[in-house]
Design a protein around this ligand. Sequence first.
Ligand SMILES: *[C@@H]1O[C@H](CO)[C@@H](O)[C@H](O)[C@H]1NC(C)=O
Ligand SMILES: *[C@@H]1O[C@H](CO)[C@@H](O)[C@H](O)[C@H]1NC(C)=O
Length: 205
Amino acid sequence: MCEDCCCCNCGPSKDALIVIGVISAVLLFAVLLAAFGFVRHATFTVDDASLTRFNLSTSTSSFAYNLTVTLVVHNPNWAMSIKNTKPMDAEYKFDGQVFERVQVAGKGDKLRPGKTVVHRLSSGSESAVVPTLGNAGAVEYRKEREKGKFDVEVAVAGEVRYTARYTKCKVVATCPLTLQLAPPGTPAVAFQKVKCKLAKAEKNC
Ligand SMILES: *[C@@H]1O[C@H](CO)[C@@H](O)[C@H](O)[C@H]1NC(C)=O
Ligand SMILES: *[C@@H]1O[C@H](CO)[C@@H](O)[C@H](O)[C@H]1NC(C)=O
């Protein structure tokens, strides 16, 4: 009889168990919320770029060019992966007109939490046609050629999904580059790292 009483009183009381249970649930909820509740968007930077050729042929409205771009993508989330639900592309634009599109990452490619991936994009063409460049583009080209520096925009576009999230989110980042022409045989020019600007996310992203 007495022993029974002793056992009942020595163990944690029912109230204490409830309190511990509630605290654990709150902590678990807080951890899950911190891990998956808030999406932090990927960041894009161009760490290096070099333009070794950029010739406009006005008769064919096309560029003969060689350009390399080092695009660095970082996932700042500590628990969520970022998965590409469509191929991620980069468009190269001069005077707002696209003269090249290169694939940065394939559909299904994943960027794990906290990780950084470096894409070394190297492209060139004898004739990258830009039908929309027009006379205005040619004028701008001549102006920039005088300076020996060309303004080229890298526009990254893709669609991603974050772990534990249902919605697919469009990703659009623009990186305005000012590239000094450095033909082969001339000294390499220093490149100032460029932070790309992310377009505002859609609802639920
Ligand atoms: C392209 O430009 C380079 C100088 O950057 C020049 O040497 C070359 O002749 C040009 N080529 C054409 C086809 O215009
Ligand atoms: C420049 O681009 C052309 C493609 O038109 C390619 O054949 C050539 O190897 C490239 N040059 C360099 C230095 O990458």
